[in-house]
Write a protein that binds this ligand. Structure first.
Ligand SMILES: Cc1cc2nc3c(=O)[nH]c(=O)nc-3n(C[C@H](O)[C@H](O)[C@H](O)COP(=O)(O)OP(=O)(O)OC[C@H]3O[C@@H](n4cnc5c(N)ncnc54)[C@H](O)[C@@H]3O)c2cc1C
Length: 410
């Protein structure tokens, strides 16, 4: 069969792929988006039922289209977010082919050959938009055993999915902290293993933290500050949007633990780092308040004071006298949720474009292989890159780069 030919192939129909399609169309670049499932599939099927966007609707969106029928300050539910991308793709008439997976990508003399679940496609340019969160990562800490369900946060849906009993949630970034709170509110005894984290205030002086990060120029930061590479961020739009406050969770009944490090004699062992991790999170929180105050003063902003934001409840006993070993059976733990992040998986790309750790080598999404691009990855060009509007901005720049390679009569 003669292979199909297309000037530019976009692989992945999530927010990054749809944004890329919008900008390629504007630039007049003929292209096709291949999506193995449905548009924004991960928002539909790889997130828990109650998830809402981490940012308010005025912020977590493409600049080209507002959310319909939702208060701009509210947090859109995950299906609403997926619907939004579908509606946007329909509005721009994006050439998306759903249900087609790219199983291998090869370089050819003139461009690339994509092997797909529905035939071969030859193309001059490829934009890889398969997402920053491809392969769930579960550290090999607790061996599989009867009576203990273990799942990754990407497989968690709701409390009813878990067997009766207490739950250990490992990881207290946005996913772990939110899932822990949901389970606690559903009446479960929850143990939450808390590693190094940032926890910005949800709102300060009447403004959401995403607004402050914009004012402070933080979304445009080009790299994480040295030493913070492994620090996760705990934010939440749940319950109308609240600051992720581990003291509050503890007061509600969640038992906080340090970072999980091993398993012995039926017990999960944890580092003696809980107090330090909580203190670092507090310091991060206070630093945002300080920077916001300094900005408000320097720019003469008339914003209400928010002195209560600096008042912390006393540290709970689980922090001052931390447990270093959690015997699962003795504490009735019947499930563990690993909110421990994701890895990239580009094993299907048979092109020399990766470093020894399998990460794409690129300059703001332009790979070292002419015609091969990546979009949607954290810190692709700046802190905002993995977020909805950040992927939009990166896609715009990459589309311009591609358009410059495309002959006028393509
Ligand atoms: C729990 C969670 C909550 C988040 N909340 C927010 C938030 O509130 N606001 C925000 O801005 N960001 C949020 N993010 C970050 C980010 O916006 C999402 O991860 C988003 O889904 C990334 O979009 P993407 O298009 O880059 O990748 P994805 O959404 O992962 O899309 C990639 C698409 O590619 C498809 N695909 C993969 N491989 C192939 C292949 N070989 N062939 C064809 N198709 C393929 C997949 O099916 C998928 O649809 C969140 C992330 C997580 C994990």
């Amino acid at each position: 069969m003669t292979p199909e030919k297309i000037n530019t192939l976009v692989i992945g129909g999530g927010q990054a792929g749809i944004a890329t399609s919008a900008h390629l169309a504007r630039a007049g670049v003929p292209h096709l988006v291949l999506e193995r499932a449905r548009i924004a599939e991960r928002w539909r099927s790889e997130r828990w039922d109650s998830l809402v966007a981490n940012g308010p609707a005025w912020h977590d969106r493409f600049p080209a289209m507002a959310f319909d029928g939702i208060d701009p300050d509210a947090f859109a539910g995950k299906d609403r977010v997926a619907d939004y991308f579908e509606a946007f793709a329909a509005r721009i008439n994006a050439p998306v082919r759903c249900g087609v997976e790219v199983t291998a990508l090869h370089r050819t003399a003139s461009g690339f050959r994509a092997e797909t679940s529905n035939g071969v496609i030859e193309t001059d340019q490829v934009v890889v938009a398969t997402g920053p969160f491809q392969k769930p990562l579960i550290p090999a800490i607790v061996p599989a055993q009867p009576g203990l369900m273990q799942l990754h946060s990407s497989g968690y849906k709701n409390p009813g999915q878990l067997p009766d009993g207490a739950v250990l949630v490992v990881g207290a970034g946005s996913s772990g902290a939110q899932i822990a709170e949901e389970l606690q509110r559903a009446g479960r005894q929850v143990y939450l293993s808390v590693g190094p984290h940032d926890r910005p205030p949800r709102r300060y002086r009447g403004q959401d933290f995403v607004w402050w990060l914009g004012k402070l120029g933080k979304w445009d930061a080009r790299a994480k500050e040295p030493g913070t590479e492994h620090v996760t961020i705990a934010v939440s739009g749940a319950y109308g949007g609240q600051t992720m406050d581990f003291r509050r969770l503890a007061a509600q009944g969640v038992v906080l633990l340090g970072r999980a490090n091993g398993f012995a004699d039926g017990a999960v062992t944890v580092n003696a780092d809980l107090g330090h991790n909580i203190a670092q999170g507090d310091a991060n929180y206070l630093s945002v308040l300080d920077e916001a105050d300094a900005y408000a003063t320097a720019h003469g902003l008339t914003l209400p004071e928010d002195l209560d934001a600096r008042v912390f409840a006393p540290l709970p006993e689980c922090v001052t006298q931390p447990v270093l070993s959690l015997d699962l059976a003795a504490h009735g733990v019947t499930s563990i949720i690993w909110a421990t992040g994701f890895a990239l998986d580009y094993s299907w790309i048979k092109v020399d474009a990766f470093d020894a750790q399998g990460r794409p080598v690129h300059d703001e999404g332009v790979s070292q292989v002419p015609g091969l691009y990546f979009v949607g990855l954290p810190w692709l060009s700046c802190r905002g890159s993995a977020f909805i509007w950040g992927a939009w901005r990166d896609a715009e720049r990459l589309a311009a780069h591609i358009a410059a390679r495309v002959p006028a009569n393509a």
